[in-house]
Ligand binder design. Structure first.
Ligand code: NAD
Length: 362
C-alpha cells in the first residue's frame, strides 16, 4: 500500500511539476530513506502566509505546516486548503498550528509573520515590533528545524533577514530574504505593459534593499534579448522605475487596508521551488554579503543562485558607477535599521521565549 501511494504521489508530482514548468522533483532530488515528500513550514497565516501555503500545496511536492499566534486561524485555513485537494488533485497535507512541535524537521521555513505599520507608529517602532516577532520565530525554528533553509518575507525585509540570521545562528546559505523577485516582477510587468510584450520576454534585475532605495538595473534589462534602453525612452523608463519602486505603496493606496500578497506569495514560492527542486536558478534575493559588491556583514538584494541547501553563490555583475553608488546608498539605509535594532538589542532578547519553553508561537 505504501509503495502504491509513493508511486501515485510521484506521478502526481511529476504532472504538477510539468504544469509549473519546473523539474520533476523525483527525478531531480535524492530522497532520504522513506521520505518522499518535502516538509515546509509557513509562519504567519495572514494574507501572504495563507496565499503562499495555497500556492505551495497546489505544487503537490510537500506537506506544509501553517503557524500563527491567533488560535484557530492557521487550523481553519489549513483545513480549508486541505479540502481543496480533491478538487485540484493534490495530496499535500496542510496542517495548522499555534506551536512549533508539528514543524519539526522542516526543509524550508518561510517567515511571513509581522504587523503592518499602524497610524502613529514610527518606522523605528515598526522595526522593533517586527524584530521581536521575527526573533522569537527564528529561535523556535532553529530549535525545531536545525537544518532548514529560512526564507524571510516579513518587513522591513533586509533588516528582518539580519535578525533571523543572528538569532537562528544559521550560516548565510540558509537564511535568505524575499524582495528582489517581487520588485523585479513589478518592474517586468510595467515594461511588458509599456511595450505590449509578454512578461516572460522581459529579463531584468532589481538590486538593493526592498522599497524606496531599490536599484533596477536598466542597462541589463532586455526584452526578447533586445536592450530595453533601445526600446523605451529614458524619460518613460525613469517613470517605470519610479512606479516599480512605489509598487507596494500603490497597492496599499488602492486596498486601503492591508498590502500586496498575490505577487509576494508567488515570489516566495518561486524561491522555494529553486531551493527544494535544486534548480540553481539565479534570482534576486536579499543575501548576507561578505565583501561582494564591496558590502560586508549586511543583507542586501543581489543576484543569487539558489538550490539544495539554499544559497549556492552570489553572482557579481559589473555595475555602472551610478548603479554601484545607488546600491551602496540602499545598503546604508538597511544599516540604519540594523543600528536601531543593535541599540535596542536587549529589548529583542528579552522578548524571546526561553528555548526549553518554546513550544507555542509567540
Ligand atoms: N518581502 C516582501 O516583498 C513583502 C511583500 C509583502 C508583504 N511583506 C510583509 O510580510 C508580512 C506579512 O504580510 P501580510 O499581508 O500577510 O500581513 P497579515 O497581517 O495579513 O499577516 C500577518 C500574520 O502574522 C501573524 N503573526 C504575528 N505575530 C506572530 C508570531 N509571533 N508568530 C506567528 N504569527 C504571527 C498575525 O497573527 C497575522 O496572521 C508583513 O511584514 C509584510 O510587510 C513583505
Amino acid at each position: 500500500m505504501a509503495a502504491i501511494r509513493a508511486m501515485l504521489a510521484a506521478e502526481t508530482r511529476a504532472a504538477t511539476a510539468a504544469s509549473y514548468n519546473v523539474p520533476d522533483p523525483c527525478n531531480h532530488v535524492q530522497t532520504k530513506g522513506d521520505k518522499v515528500r518535502f516538509k515546509i513550514t509557513v509562519v504567519g497565516a495572514g494574507n501572504v502566509g495563507a496565499t503562499l501555503t495555497q500556492r505551495l500545496a497546489e505544487r503537490n511536492y510537500a506537506d506544509i505546516v501553517l503557524v500563527d499566534i491567533v488560535e484557530g486561524l492557521p487550523q481553519g485555513k489549513a483545513l480549508d486548503l486541505l479540502q481543496a485537494g480533491p478538487i485540484l488533485g493534490h495530496d499535500s497535507v496542510v496542517t495548522g498550528s499555534n506551536g512549533y512541535e508539528e514543524t519539526a524537521a522542516s526543509d524550508v521555513v518561510l517567515i511571513t509573520s509581522g504587523v503592518a505599520r499602524k497610524p502613529g507608529m514610527s518606522r523605528d517602532d515598526l522595526v522593533m515590533t517586527n524584530a521581536k516577532i521575527v526573533a522569537s520565530v527564528a529561535r523556535q525554528v532553529a530549535e525545531h528545524s536545525p537544518d532548514a533553509v529560512i526564507v524571510v518575507v516579513s518587513n522591513p525585509l533586509d533588516a528582518m533577514a539580519q535578525v533571523a540570521k543572528a538569532v537562528s545562528g544559521f550560516p548565510r546559505e540558509r537564511v535568505i530574504g524575499m524582495a528582489g523577485v517581487l520588485d523585479t516582477a513589478r518592474f517586468r510587468t510595467f515594461i511588458a505593459q509599456e511595450l505590449d510584450a509578454s512578461v516572460v520576454d522581459v529579463a531584468a534585475y532589481v538590486l538593493g534593499g526592498h522599497g524606496d532605495t531599490m536599484v533596477p538595473l536598466t542597462s541589463l534589462t532586455t526584452v526578447a534579448g533586445v536592450p530595453v534602453e533601445q526600446l523605451i525612452s529614458k524619460e518613460r523608463l525613469d517613470a517605470i522605475v519610479q512606479r516599480a519602486r512605489d509598487g507596494g505603496a500603490e497597492i496599499v493606496g488602492l486596498l486601503k487596508t492591508g498590502s500586496a500578497y498575490y505577487a509576494p506569495s508567488a515570489a516566495a514560492a518561486q524561491m522555494t521551488d529553486a531551493i527544494l527542486l535544486d534548480t540553481h536558478q539565479v534570482l534576486p534575493c536579499a543575501v548576507y554579503l561578505e565583501g561582494e559588491y564591496g558590502i560586508n556583514g549586511l543583507y542586501t538584494g543581489v543576484p543569487a543562485r539558489l538550490g539544495a541547501g539554499g544559497l549556492l553563490g552570489v553572482v557579481e555583475v559589473a555595475l555602472s558607477d551610478s548603479d554601484r553608488e545607488a546600491l551602496h546608498r540602499s545598503a546604508s539605509s538597511v544599516q540604519q535599521l540594523v543600528d536601531i535594532m543593535d541599540a535596542r538589542r536587549e529589548d529583542i532578547d528579552a522578548s524571546m521565549p526561553p528555548l526549553s519553553a518554546a513550544t507555542t508561537a509567540g
